[in-house]
Design a protein around this ligand. Structure first.
Ligand code: ADP
Length: 880
């Protein structure tokens, strides 16, 4: 073992070891060496014989042998040591060599075996006791009859296990087996039986369970004393000795030796496997010893490093490493807390960081013989530090680039922290003491209350600070807009403990916003300029402040011609009064939208829709904004339509008058003709031919009379010249009568007339004659437009407060496109030549007029030609 290495580690060795030079001067001693001998470090430099003047000659001789090159081991020596006690020592004395194979001195390794010795002493004493005990029959004696398997025990035997003779029941071997320790039970019985066959004495060790449940170590000595004729053992006797105490001592001893051995191993293992690099160097800075970790850093095997220089193993860092080593060699006590960095041969291209600690190694003359180093790699930590540093820098950079001011306020300590940016934004110099009040004092008076309220709410529980406010910078008094965003943190009792947040200056954003607003005003202006509506701004005196190009065009003026002129100047003379009244309304705040007639520059009318909104400021009328939409064209169309309608009504009236006149004009001559026919017909001298002609004429006159009556009725109805003779009638009853009248007619035509007029009375306040006429008309039509074999169904029912009468036939039907016109006057359809054409299209028109005069409604339904028709009449029921 290298001397320098020894020197540097001897002091920490967990064993008693001392190192001497050739003259037996102490060079080094472990702490244990000193402690065990009651010495201290002042002995270093003195000789062993000065320290122990009366040392035994045999030890001097021993030292000489070792100095001559021999390694001497003395198993046990005893010394009087401190406090007068005796120490037993096992020692090993061996020479150590200087570099050139010359013996530099000796190393004495002394192991304190006092404890072992005393254990041995105990053992010896217990053996002695055994002997005495044997003599006094204190040992347990047993006598085993193998044939009966009965065993006799001496009382001492039983006492070992804590029993008395009376309490002992194990008479046979079978039962003593129960007392054996479970582990021993595995093999002891077999072993014992085998031994019984041997002629000599035998010994066995095992454990037996004592009465108290503990196990006692038993040394069993025995001998087979009788054999049968076949040579099988029949009787054995022996003793039992309790060796539990001895066993305990032996175990303690074994453990102690184990500890020492482990300490040796640990020391080496620690050196080898330490996660830090360890090495020692000679004065030429060559490795004397290097551990695994440091060898890994050099990238060489441990053995390859020994005798190499630092420069050879770690060229990239050699200079700074050697610098520390050299200063230790030059007398520096130690060099530590240095940081090295550089590439290593083990990981080329990678920058690694180390911390090294250097200490000198002294030779026996107290001169520096070399140095040792402890190296700790800190690359990982360093890289994290570097990254952290970079991240911090980046964050700071980001914060200052984003101009974000950060603040933090610890409410428990009332400490505040802000970054530089915060001070820049608020305009507070570095040396100004921070406080919440300081920030509040910088708030613009107009925004202060709102801000304080927001903060109050945040502390009361919402936690969030978020607001825009103006501040007045402390340095130059400038007003700036800032956004404050932050968070209040609470403890578990909802008590605020910490608040932090950020502020940033948004003045330029606000300015940009204003510019944008300005721009949107521009846009608004453009809309006004290009609007399709006329826009007219009036002042409080109704004088024109502004008109858009469209407004000027509408009135045929130039924009500038209109400015300053009163609204009334542009109004049609007839509308002036109205305009003046509207002006009064406007001043009262009325928003108006109405038609208005202006007068254009060229004298033409301008009909327009005018929307006018009054403008107030501070409650005072400032004028009005009017929007004007031209509808001269619409107005003209409306006028045309009105005239057309007027015309139509006029024509309609003339038609009615014409019909009435015609009716009257025809009525009298028809009556005369009818009378004449009656007289002629009653003349008995008429020829058959004349009579037939007379009858035909009579029929036609009747038909004409009916038409004329219908026409007269329609025209009277149209001109409102008919008064209804209303009375209370049951419509069902009325229908039953009408049906009766028609029954013969339907029979003749071969059409079935059915009816559902069941039970109910449907009372109406109506003109019985006119309603009879109406339903007769409808039944007449049904008969006319239904072929033989068809069915006509008459029905009446109540629907809400209406009586509903339906006349449904299976006849020719009505095409869809005609349904809408069917109730118009003189509306007739052709239904083929075979159909009787005795109507002129008055019946349905008349029916409708009558129904409507009763406040009712008539409707025609048909699925189309050939699909039958249904006429539905609804009349209001009499109020109960
Ligand atoms: P007219 O005296 O010609 O019957 P109306 O006013 O009573 O006049 O009827 C007008 C027209 O309506 C008729 O010419 C006929 O074409 C049609 N019409 C009326 N009732 C029916 C019906 N029940 N089925 C089919 N068509 C009908």
């Amino acid at each position: 073992m290298d001397r320098l290495y020894l020197l540097s580690f001897i002091e920490q060795a967990p064993v008693a070891v001392a190192m001497f030079d050739r003259e037996m001067h102490y060079i080094a001693a472990s702490q244990r060496w000193l402690d065990e001998r009651g010495l201290d470090r002042s002995i270093i430099g003195r000789t062993a014989y000065e320290v122990y003047p009366d040392v035994d000659a045999k030890f001097r001789e021993l030292h000489c042998r070792a100095l001559a090159g021999e390694t001497v081991v003395r198993e046990e020596d005893h010394f009087e040591v401190a406090h007068g006690s005796v120490q037993w020592v096992r020692s090993e004395v061996r020479p150590w060599y200087e570099g050139d194979d010359q013996i530099g001195g000796i190393v004495i390794f002394a192991e304190d075996i006092t404890a072992r010795k005393s254990a041995e002493e105990l053992l010896r004493k217990s053996e002695e006791r055994f002997r005495y005990a044997m003599e006094a029959a204190r040992d347990g004696i047993w006598d085993w009859d193998l044939e009966t398997d009965e065993v006799a025990y001496s009382p001492a035997y039983l006492e070992i296990l804590g029993y008395s003779a009376s309490g002992w029941e194990a008479d046979t071997l079978g039962s003593i087996l129960d007392f054996l320790h479970p582990e021993d039970r595995q093999y002891i019985p077999t072993l014992a039986r085998n031994l019984l066959h041997s002629p000599g004495r035998y010994e066995l060790e095992f454990r037996l369970r004592a009465k108290d449940g503990s196990y006692r170590y038993i040394l069993s000595r025995g001998k087979t004393v009788e054999w049968n004729a076949q040579g099988a053992p029949v009787r054995a006797v022996g003793t039992h000795t309790d060796i539990t105490d001895r066993k305990a001592i032996e175990e303690a001893l074994r453990q102690r030796e184990e500890v020492v051995r482990r300490q040796h191993e640990e020391l080496e293992a620690i050196y080898q496997s330490a996660p830090i690099g360890l090495a020692s160097f000679d004065r030429g800075l060559r490795y004397r010893r290097i551990n695994k970790r440091l060898a890994e850093i050099t990238g060489l095997p441990q053995a390859a490093c020994v005798d190499r220089t630092i420069g050879e193993t770690l060229p990239a860092m050699a200079q700074s490493i050697e610098e520390a080593a050299k200063s230790v060699l030059a007398g520096e006590k130690s060099v530590s807390e240095r940081e090295l960095c550089g590439e290593t041969p083990a990981q080329p291209g990678i920058k690694r960081y180390f911390k090294d600690h250097w200490y000198p190694v002294f030779d026996d003359r107290g001169e520096i013989a070399g140095c040792g180093v402890v190296v700790d790699e800190i690359t990982e930590r360093k890289n994290i530090e570097i990254k952290l540093q970079q991240a911090t820098e980046r964050l700071e950079l980001a914060q200052s680039a984003a101009r974000i001011g950060i603040w933090e306020w610890n409410l428990l300590t009332d400490e505040a922290f802000v970054n530089d940016q915060w001070r820049l934004i608020i305009g507070v110099a570095d040396d100004v003491v921070l406080s919440y009040e300081l920030f509040v004092s910088r708030l613009h008076p107009a925004d202060r209350d709102a801000f304080l309220e927001m903060v109050r709410q945040a502390f009361a529980g919402s936690g969030a600070i978020d607001g825009e406010s103006r501040i007045i910078r402390a340095d130059n008094g400038e007003t700036r807009w800032v956004v404050s965003k932050g968070q209040v943190f609470f403890d578990e009792n909802r008590k605020p403990i910490r608040a932090m947040g950020a502020v940033w200056d948004i003045t330029s954003f606000k300015q940009a916003q204003e510019v944008l607003l300005q721009r949107s005003e521009d846009r608004y202006q453009r809309i006004v300029e290009t609007a399709q509506e006329g826009i007219w701004l009036l002042d409080a005196d109704a004088k024109t402040l502004f008109v858009n190009p469209r407004m000027a065009r509408l009135l045929g003026y130039d924009k500038d011609e209109m400015i300053g002129r009163e609204l009334l100047d542009f109004v049609d003379d007839e509308w002036r009064g109205m305009a003046e009244k509207k002006l009064v309304d406007r001043e009262a705040g009325v928003i108006e939208t109405h038609d208005f007639k202006f007068r254009r520059k060229d004298g033409a009318d301008l009909w327009a829709l005018l929307s006018c909104v009054p403008i107030f400021e501070g409650g005072i009328y400032q004028g009005a904004l009017a929007m004007v939409m031209d509808f001269t064209e619409r107005k003209r169309l409306e006028e045309d339509r009105r005239l057309y309608l007027e015309n139509l009504t006029h024509m309609d009236r003339r038609k009615d008058e014409f019909l009435a006149t015609i009716g009257h004009e025809l009525r009298t001559p028809l009556a005369t003709v009818a009378l004449a026919m009656d007289i002629i017909e009653s003349d008995g001298s008429l020829s058959e031919k004349s009579r037939a002609m007379c009858l035909r004429t009579q029929r036609q006159v009747q038909h004409l009379k009916r038409i004329v009556e219908d026409i007269l009725q329609v025209s009277r109805l149209s001109m409102g010249k008919i008064d209804l003779q209303k009375q209370c009638i049951d419509v069902c009853e009325l229908l039953v009568q009408v049906k009766e009248i028609f029954e013969a007619r339907f029979d003749e035509a071969g059409i079935i007339l059915s009816a559902s007029l069941g039970g109910e009375t449907l009372l109406l306040d109506a003109d019985e004659v006119r309603l009879t006429q109406t339903f007769s008309n409808l039944l007449d039509n049904a008969a006319k437009y239904t072929d033989r074999g068809g069915v006509v169904h008459l029905e009446a029912m109540r629907q809400g407060d209406m009586a509903v009468v339906s006349i449904r036939d299976t006849g020719v039907g009505i095409p869809k496109e005609r349904l809408a016109w069917i109730f118009e006057l003189f509306n007739r359809m052709t239904h083929g030549p075979e159909r009787v054409r005795d109507g002129i299209g008055v019946g349905l028109a008349l029916a409708r007029k009558i129904v409507e005069l009763h406040g009712g409604h008539i409707e025609a339904r048909s699925e189309g030609a050939g699909k039958g028709s249904e006429f539905i009449v609804r009349l209001p029921l009499m109020k109960q």
